[in-house]
Design a protein around this ligand. Structure first.
Ligand code: ARG
Length: 462
């Protein structure tokens, strides 16, 4: 039969083309368990308002339980003719309880406040799942840092050798970024814990229902919406979720890009585990970093989900407009992509092999200790402007002769500047350069050990 929620004033049913355009049930069906939870809470406030008898409430809740079980085992599903998940579940309830009782649940609610509430519930659950997966990746990176506490590598700016750093320090920089993404998800969750249920279509309900009771039953710690119009029309919680997931995708893709580069023959800094790399259909020797490449690719898709959503929201007048049905697929996709990407990415990180000797060998290359010469001079009272010039002169001589800084002779040092006594050699080692940077946040092994402790503790606290 026709279960449309709005047949009364229409002489004919919808055109098939309209039905096809209008349908969202193929993508909003994943909200079904949340819709049923909302219906349970709504039945209770109808009962408390005297609109359902004790007996009716009991039968209503039993009907919703049966419907939930049938949804869970797949014996009840929505169809295109149902339009959306809310209409499909209404049909399911009517089929199970009959039109008398089944038709009572709709009082005082609208799909507008329903969908705004259910969507928040869905995204809050997935924020928790994604936060957990991000924590797993942080743990894998922390493990990588812990396993290589004193491996030096070339630190880069402009992608050129800059100064030696500890590999663990570099890896922990990514952990910092990911931990902020996790923090953003938790802060977003606190803001999103407000229930629009009870807002009705936009103006609230005249039936004496209690939105705060519904909010409490559905786990919204922040209570119910202060404004029914905002409750039904606001989607900044969706856009913010899309931003946070896009940012996480971008942070992951920055790790991915480095792994791709480190895994090249030219770099040979890391080797990927066979289980987390792929082969080529034509080149038998190939072992490709597909997981990292997919991470890079998916970050673009996550950005697209954010920008598409913002374009949908731009200039939409209050309150609900059907445009808003376009709000779900982008962030459902963002959840799906991160939830399939992160376990693979974390596995790749957890199993990669580090070529410590190769990294350490390149750490001092490219005159990366020139800054140490300049700072050594500064400690002897030479103005930095002069010290910078002198160290630059050392590089120039080395470049001309094809040697490294520590290969300059005492005579060459003295000729470049009288300040450059043979003791300058004490800072021309990678170990010395690293150990000297021991203030908080620096790359000295002692400072990195502190950072490692803090990162581990912060992760355990989440
Ligand atoms: N499927 C709709 C959406 O996702 C639900 C709300 C529909 N409301 C309406 N008045 N047509 O936005």
């Amino acid at each position: 039969g026709d279960v449309r929620l709005w047949g009364g004033r229409f002489a004919s049913g919808p055109a098939e083309a309209l039905e096809r355009l209008s349908a969202s049930v193929h993508f909003d069906w994943r909200l079904a368990p949340y819709d049923i939870a909302g219906s349970r809470a709504h039945a209770r406030v109808l009962h408390r308002a005297g609109l359902l008898t004790d007996d009716e409430l009991e039968r209503m809740l039993a009907g919703l339980d049966r419907l939930a079980a049938d949804v869970a085992d797949g014996s009840f599903t929505g169809t295109i003719a149902d339009e959306d998940v809310h209409t499909a579940l209404e049909r399911g309830l009517l089929e199970r309880l009959g039109p008398e009782l089944g038709g009572k649940l709709r009082a005082g609610r609208s799909r507008n406040d329903q969908v705004a509430t259910l969507f928040r519930m869905y995204l809050r659950d997935h924020a928790r799942i994604i936060g957990g997966l991000l924590a797993d990746l942080q743990a894998a990176l922390i493990g990588l840092a812990e396993a290589h506490p004193d491996v030096a590598m070339p630190g880069r700016t402009h992608f050129q050798h800059a100064q030696p750093i500890l590999f663990a320090h570099h890896v922990l920089a990514h952990v910092q970024a990911l931990s902020r993404d996790g923090e953003r998800l938790r802060q977003w969750d606190a803001r999103t814990a407000v229930s629009p249920y009870g807002a009705g279509a936009l103006a609230g309900s005249s039936l004496g229902l209690d939105p705060e009771a519904v909010a409490a039953e559905l786990g919204f710690e922040g209570g119910s919406s202060a404004n029914s119009i905002d409750g039904t029309a606001a989607r900044d919680f969706v856009a913010e979720f899309a931003f946070i997931t896009a940012m996480a995708g971008v942070d992951i893709s920055r790790i991915a890009e480095e792994i791709i580069i480190w895994n090249t023959r030219e770099f040979s800094f890391v080797t990927l585990d066979d289980a987390f790399s792929t082969g080529s259909s034509i080149m038998p020797q190939k072992k490709n970093p597909d997981i990292a490449e997919l991470a890079r690719g998916k970050s673009g898709r996550l950005i697209g989900n954010l920008t598409g959503l913002l374009a949908t929201l731009k200039a939409l007048p209050l309150a609900y407009n059907r445009d808003l049905q376009e709000d779900k697929e982008p962030v459902f996709d963002s959840c799906d992509q991160l939830e399939v990407l992160l376990p693979a990415f974390t596995g790749m990180v957890a199993t990669l092999t580090v070529n410590a000797a190769r990294m350490a060998e390149l750490a001092p290359a490219g005159f990366s200790l020139a800054t140490d010469i300049a700072e050594w001079l500064v400690k002897r009272g030479v103005p930095f402007r002069v010290a910078h010039e002198v160290a630059g002169e050392c590089v120039k001589v080395c470049e001309a002769e094809g040697i490294e800084l520590d290969q300059l002779t005492d005579e060459q040092f003295a000729k470049i500047s009288p300040h450059l006594t043979p003791e300058v050699r004490t800072v021309l080692t990678v170990e010395g350069a690293l150990a000297a940077r021991d203030a908080r946040g620096g790359t000295a092994p002692s400072a990195v050990a502190v950072q490692l402790d803090e990162a581990g503790a912060a992760l355990a606290e989440q």
